[in-house]
Design a protein around this ligand. Structure first.
Ligand code: NAD
Length: 270
């Protein structure tokens, strides 16, 4: 079933990992996909290469796609990203705020620019894109869809990753607020909260068999998730099957949010 036939979709940070899998899934569902990527000096080559890979796969499936470069944390870039899409396609139906970064440091050693960078991409960036999408949805009428990629750390604390946890909790609150603010205008806003997914953001443990075993030992289902398993939930939430769902977070985490330490009862009771 082609659930998203003809829908125009923007995916931020769409050139790698979950964004890339989502771009491919949406194209497979018949959507036209605008892939936002950000070429920083450090990741330019990898991002460009993986963007081109993603695009060539989408092209094989026979739908329109476009690349839109830009830093989601930059207001002028975000306005330009939307201008480019609307000039090319005339309308946008779905925004997926997927771009995200993290940085690890004990909080007492955390530099403010590291904190600010994470908040700027994960929260300010999502806000800027959502605001631009809402302006367009209101202008053209007929509603629209905003999907946000948070994390299990929308609720689970993450020591040494304070800005990441704060940004994802903030993004959850932003999603629910926008959902309530615009429900009457036909704009649905929902959130997908992935657990530990095998993507570049997690190279530190996915590429190390010992660390991977430790991480997977904490997951009730015993394995890291696949980017495609997150993409499937974005596709569902963007489809008419989810027409009555707004303001919700769906955790896609192999059971990580089920308090895994309680797998074995702590007391025998009597
Ligand atoms: P990833 O590193 O492959 O994806 C992040 C993407 O965001 C990259 O393409 C990167 O270039 C892009 N990006 C970074 N800064 C940007 C900016 N300023 N402007 C535009 N794009 C920018 O890793 P991923 O796992 O696919 O992460 C995607 C999202 O999923 C992130 O928001 C991440 O927090 C979230 N997430 C991932 C996991 C996981 O285990 N992989 C778990 C929970 C949540």
């Amino acid at each position: 079933m082609k659930q998203l036939e003809g829908k125009n979709v923007l995916i931020t940070g769409g050139s790698t990992g979950i964004g890339r899998a989502t771009a491919i899934r949406f194209a497979d569902e018949g959507a036209n996909v605008a892939i936002n990527y950000h070429s920083s000096e450090t990741e330019a080559e990898i991002t460009l290469e993986e963007t081109q890979d993603a695009c060539s796969i989408i092209r094989e499936k026979g739908c329109r796609e476009m690349l839109v470069q830009g830093n989601v944390a930059n207001e002028e870039d975000v306005k330009r990203i939307f201008r480019e899409i609307l000039t090319a396609w005339g309308r946008l139906d779905v925004l997926i705020n997927n771009a995200g970064i993290q940085t690890a440091n004990p909080t007492h050693e955390m530099a403010m620019d590291a904190y600010d960078r994470v908040l700027a991409v994960n929260l300010r960036g999502a806000f800027l894109c959502a605001r631009e999408a809402i302006r367009h949805f209101l202008d053209r009428g007929g509603g629209g869809i905003i999907l946000n990629n948070t994390s299990v750390h929308e609720t689970i604390p993450k020591p040494q990753y304070a800005p990441y946890a704060a940004s994802k909790a903030g993004l959850g609150a932003l999603s629910r607020t926008l959902a309530l603010e615009y429900a009457g205008k036909g704009i649905r806003v929902n959130t997908v909260a992935p657990g530990a997914i095998i993507t570049p953001i997690n190279r530190e443990w996915t590429d190390d068999p010992e660390k991977k075993a430790v991480v997977e030992g904490h997951i009730p289902m015993g394995r890291g998730g696949k980017p495609e398993e997150i993409a499937a939930v974005f596709a569902f939430l963007a489809s008419d099957e989810a027409a009555y769902i707004t303001g919700q977070t769906i955790y896609v985490d192999g059971g990580l949010t089920l308090y895994p330490d309680f797998r074995t009862p702590w007391s025998s009771g009597s």
